[in-house]
Design a protein around this ligand. Structure first.
Ligand SMILES: Cc1ncc(COP(=O)(O)O)c(C=O)c1O
Length: 408
């Protein structure tokens, strides 16, 4: 039986405050971003960007201005192309399957880390099934790091593509992408290096001139308070990628179908806001995250920190904690009743009660992975939000531990 949100609110009452930490799965879109999008639905730029009339030209202008801004913030002048798709998932599919399509006669190895987002792992497996590539998974250490020396052992002359994310979406591990991509090119200069930066963009600086060995980069709009429905793949000049979807040629050569112009206008505004005060924005997420983690570790017993223990090696917004003797799913519900919104296990698979492949890869036991909660702070969190969470959370954990069948 379905229960409406209104019915749930009637049953439990309205919480005194609402604090949203599920910024991994999607998040708050600020008013400036929404206002930027509205005219593009019916006043300007509502035409197709490939067609030669005024509404089309206006739409086209949104696309190239967004690409210009990305070129600036990522220091990518003269390096290659940005392709618009409709999500980070599509960008990863284009990188992996698009590469496989362009190189399908050659076969070879696709090397991924064991903790990649499933939108990298599944297309890699599809490339294996459809085109005879061989997928190899590089293990990570207990904090999620890929050791360049270990990666080196997995790369050889037959390696076609390596995909290692810049920041892990669940445990926040920041990889040394410069070193990892350099090692790959030392062994095989022809291997293509892709990094999924969906969770790094807007949180750690990315300079594509410095990352000279990186060939493809994935971005996603809703990870930086932009609207859902916009993804981007950067492709360095000379790297061969073929469209995965087939259809009428649009402005975007690599992804047929008309572009989400209003949403791309919103994405551009979100990039502008994220980069206008980049250091300040990052400092705000870090401060909220640190306050939250410190408070939880002081107030709640039997908590494991998943991911890097050195917080300078972790994305500034990320806290992933396992509350032992508690089911993560039950805790998300208990917290939600109190207005605190988080996700459990693997954020992107939390509707499936399977332990996260990321947590298992760093050596967490099933029960530890099941009790994990992912918090992602943002520049919009206030001290009061964190204090409220620190009031509500210990009580929720205590209550659930009191009725839990999982005992010490
Ligand atoms: C690292 C990473 N890559 C890819 C994605 C998929 O992006 P999207 O939600 O835009 O499809 C996510 C999702 O949240 C992510 O965290």
């Amino acid at each position: 039986m379905r229960v409406s949100v209104e019915e749930l609110l009637r049953a439990h009452g309205r919480p005194p405050r609402e604090v949203y930490f599920d910024n991994e799965n999607s998040g708050y879109v600020p008013r400036e971003v929404v206002e930027e999008m509205i005219p593009y639905f019916n006043s300007i730029g509502y035409g197709h960007p490939s067609i030669t009339h005024k509404p089309g030209w206006e739409a086209y202008e949104v696309l190239y201005k967004t690409k210009d801004l990305l070129t600036k913030v990522l220091n990518a002048e003269g390096l290659g192309e940005f392709a618009f798709v409709h999500s980070g998932t599509e960008a990863n599919n284009l990188a992996v399957l698009g590469h496989a399509l362009a190189n399908k006669g050659r076969g070879g190895k696709i090397v991924v880390s064991a903790i990649e987002h499933l939108s990298v792992i599944y297309p890699a497996e599809e490339a294996e099934r459809l085109f005879g590539f061989r997928v190899v998974r590089v293990p990570v250490d207990s904090e999620g790091f890929v050791d360049p020396e270990v990666l080196k052992e997995f790369v050889d002359g037959s390696t076609s593509l390596v995909s290692i994310q810049m920041v892990n979406h669940e445990i926040g591990t920041v990889q040394n992408i410069f070193e990892l991509s350099k090692v790959v090119k030392e062994v095989n200069p022809r291997a293509v290096f892709h990094t999924d930066a969906a969770d790094a963009f807007g949180k750690i600086p990315i300079d594509l001139k410095k990352l000279e060995h990186v060939d493809m980069v994935t971005l996603s709009s809703h990870k930086i308070h932009g609207p859902r429905g916009v993804g981007v793949l950067f492709i360095r000049e000379g790297v061969r990628v073929e469209p995965v979807l087939k259809g009428q040629l649009s402005y975007e050569k690599l992804w047929p179908g008309v572009e989400n112009v209003p949403l791309i206008a919103g994405f551009r505004k979100a990039v502008e806001l994220a980069y206008r005060d980049f250091d300040l924005n990052v400092a705000k997420m870090r401060e909220a995250r640190d306050l939250l983690v410190r408070g939880i570790l002081e107030k709640v017993s039997d908590v494991l920190v998943n991911g890097p223990s050195d917080f300078s090696m972790r994305s500034p917004d990320n806290a992933n904690l396992s509350f032992l003797y508690v089911e993560g799913e039950a805790l998300t519900v208990e917290l939600s009743i109190n207005g605190v919104y988080v996700s459990s296990g693997s954020a992107c698979t939390s509707r499936i009660l399977e332990p996260s492949h990321v947590l298992l890869a760093i050596g967490r036991k099933h029960e530890e992975a099941h009790g994990s909660i992912l918090f992602k702070t943002s520049r919009y969190h206030t001290r009061e939000d964190i204090e409220y969470t620190l009031e509500v959370l210990p009580k929720a954990v205590d209550r659930l531990r009191g009725i839990s069948t999982i005992k010490k």
